[in-house]
Design a protein around this ligand. Structure first.
Ligand code: SAH
Ligand code: F3S
Length: 451
């Protein structure tokens, strides 16, 4: 009987991508099958995140629960990967002796060897950064559904003063241009219609093509736009400083690049941006956004914010709120600042009370939620193109898909062939977390007429 693999993923989309590659890898090498029940698994993998303290605390709690499973089944093998493993592999080894394999984001391709070693009771720790070797050892991706992530670069060399990523994932390394195109073609052949390009700092991408010519993110997008079947292209996460003219032109010239952009700003106050070492000020961010809006009218914008960075005054917070008002963000990932060991900001005195931080966070989140709702309301009566993903979990008489600006639209239909196809829907109602629509046409009818 095939061995069973259970993977628990914490953190960002890069981790989700890495986890699905772990499943592909062990599927190929050991014919392991994924299970969503940890109790029946032969191998348990925890893909961790250390971006904030809370994320990190979850690791030891989870490993504690898994120890009980191992006590019952001594043949069970446990692995810990991701950013916590990378940063504190040695202390995991000491604190959680039941862990067999410890690997970092850049060494997950060695999992098959690690599983073999674990079978012989040899514990392995490998959290090195062997350049981009990982991608040369991963099998062709297998997909479910019509949307897929493609990682095009790893790591970050920006060293924002609050952030652990450069230390846990290493410096920026880009995959070769042709490797990315081959991966996207393989995905398109399996029915993928929407490609989501990933990188911790994705617009720092500088890959080389077969002729040794350097290409940037705009070149990648433009080449992918020509691959048959691919109709939508997204990318995250980009950095304001490397948001080049070529990328702005991509928004002007490549309709398959969606009208949505996530461009983290973190704060709207110049002194905080400086203390964070973001490399730009408030005005240059606004100028860039204005140029993007000019190139792609109606684009929806989202951002990351950190609340309560050391030294953030009420005035600084008001600057952030004013920036939000001026740009009109449609969505945000916003968090209270978390002191991360080893980062330059961890030496700064954390001088803002928990209550003030929580209050500021709530004000910010309420404002952005209101913007998003206003934006959804304004979509009523418009026709939106959605990529149909399946049935609504709440109502089997309804199907659902996502708009370019990431909203879920439910509509009445029971046509399994619609899954993975684009449909045009008129938006008839807006709710806080979704929209309601009526389908007016779909690619299915088009295929039918052509046949
Ligand atoms: N490359 C992105 C950031 C990726 S990290 C950029 O250009 O900013 C994802 C997000 O986690 C960051 O944008 C930041 O908002 C948040 N984050 C990182 N370190 C943090 C910390 N120490 N405390 C709170 N939030 C943090
Ligand atoms: Fe972190 Fe700043 Fe890079 S937030 S991922 S160091 S751009």
């Amino acid at each position: 009987m095939a061995k069973k693999l259970f993977i628990q993923t914490h953190g960002c989309q890069m981790n989700e991508y890495d986890s699905s590659r772990m499943a592909d890898l062990l599927g190929d090498s050991h014919e392991m099958e994924l299970t969503d029940n940890a109790e029946e698994a032969d191998v348990l993998l925890l893909n961790t995140c250390s971006i904030r303290e809370k994320a990190q605390d979850k690791v030891y709690h989870q490993l504690g629960r898994w120890k009980k499973l191992k006590d019952k089944n001594p043949d069970l093998k446990i692995g810990v990967g991701g950013c916590v493993a990378s940063q504190e592999g040695d202390s995991i080894r000491k604190r959680a002796k039941h862990v067999d394999m410890i690997f970092g984001p850049q060494t997950l391709h060695k999992l098959p060897e690690m599983v073999d070693a674990a079978a012989n009771s040899i514990p392995i720790t490998d959290v090195t950064f062997p350049e981009i070797e990982k991608f040369d050892h991963l099998p062709a991706p297998k997909v479910e559904g019509a949307e897929a992530f493609v990682s095009i670069m790893e790591g970050c060399s920006k060293y924002c003063t609050f952030c652990v990523v450069p230390y846990t994932r290493g410096e920026e390394v880009s995959r070769p241009f042709t490797d990315i195109l081959v991966e996207v073609m393989q995905l398109a052949e399996q029915g993928v219609r929407e490609i989501h390009l990933l990188g911790q700092n994705v617009n720092a991408y500088r890959g080389t093509d077969a002729d040794g010519i350097e290409s940037d993110l705009a070149d990648v997008i433009s080449a992918i736009a020509q691959i048959d079947g691919v109709e939508r292209i997204r990318f995250t996460t980009s950095h304001p400083v490397e948001f080049t003219d070529s990328l702005i032109e991509a928004f002007r010239n490549i309709p398959k690049l969606v009208s949505h952009l996530h461009l983290p700003v973190q704060s709207g106050a110049d002194n905080i941006l400086k203390a964070m070492k973001r490399g730009h000020d408030r005005q240059s961010y606004i100028d860039k956004i204005n140029r993007i809006k000019e190139a792609r009218p109606g684009i929806s914008l989202s951002s990351d914010f950190i609340i309560g960075f050391p030294g953030e005054t009420d005035e600084d917070f008001i600057d952030t709120m004013n920036l939000i008002q001026e740009i009109g963000f449609d969505h945000s990932f916003s968090f209270i600042y978390s002191q991360r060991p080893g980062t330059p900001a961890s030496d700064l005195e954390d001088n803002i009370s928990e209550d003030v931080k929580k209050q500021r966070l709530a004000i910010l989140q309420r404002r952005i939620k209101q913007h998003a709702y206003d934006y959804s309301q304004a979509m009523i009566g418009t026709t939106q193109r959605i990529l149909v993903s399946g049935y609504s979990p709440r109502d089997p008489g309804q199907m659902q898909g996502r708009t370019e600006n990431n909203r879920i639209v439910n509509f009445s239909a029971v046509e399994p062939q619609l899954v993975g196809k684009f449909a045009d829907v008129i938006i008839t109602n807006a709710y806080p977390n979704s929209l309601l629509g009526e389908m007016i046409s779909s690619e299915l009818e088009l295929e039918f007429e052509l046949a």
